[in-house]
Design a protein around this ligand. Sequence first.
Ligand code: ADP
Length: 271
Amino acid sequence: VRGEDELATLGRSFNAMADSIQTQIRELADLSLVQQRFVSDVSHELRTPLTTIRLASDMINDQRDAFDPATARAAELLHAQVQRFETLLTDLLEISRYDAGSVQLEWEPTSLAHLAEDVIASMQQLADQHGSDVRLVAPGGYSPVEMDARRVRRIVRNLLGNAIEHGEGRPIVVTVDSNSSAVAIGVRDFGLGMSPADVERVFDRFWRADPSRKRSIGGTGLGLSIALGDARLHGGSLAVWSSLGRGSHFVLTLPRQEGAPIEASPLRLDG
Ligand code: ADP
């Protein structure tokens, strides 16, 4: 019957289409694997010469008082750019580890509030340079929760660094709180803030807001994408509220128990 023939033909063309889509997906996956390996290989290859360059630039920079002003300035610039390059390589390697799915968290019981105190103390000098007063409000979050402390410290350092850098010297409030299922840390500034379009892109790799805001020596635009990767590896989340000219509020939420679902709105850290 004609209808059956048509159905069979249709079926065959559907199958062919499905095959072709599958092949394309496989090719794309291969391509992204090649890309991942390329990024990882290049970063590894650059590490060794860069270490030598850094040692040399450290030496030159240490002697800069003995140079004429122009050479001293060049030594200083070299030193800062080499440091920036090292940060970029470290971040790229980290990103390629996420892409390869090869990151293993090192879980240890950690007090988020104590961790926040440590990070704030370690960044006091930077805060002073920007005239920012960093306050910690920690009604909860002192009791230990399993987390990869090194990675969580890095997230908090990143959030606080951004708040200081974009905070226009206004106060910064760090809040740590917890409930039965989660602990959360919020970093809030009252500085430049971001437009809704900026907020959409803030976790994108290499993204940085409007060039006019950039310092001559700036970050890599990878900090927040790494922070989000770390939050997700913990089964947690990283959220942002921001308003142009009024400031930003980033909140990292971590489940108390590995793999436990986080309540939709566990803590009061919003808005
Ligand atoms: P980096 O700090 O290296 O530029 P991040 O990924 O940490 O990279 O941040 C990306 C961009 O998001 C920053 O360059 C900045 O434009 C914007 N941003 C991040 N935090 C804030 C903040 N607290 N206030 C305003 N803008 C911010």
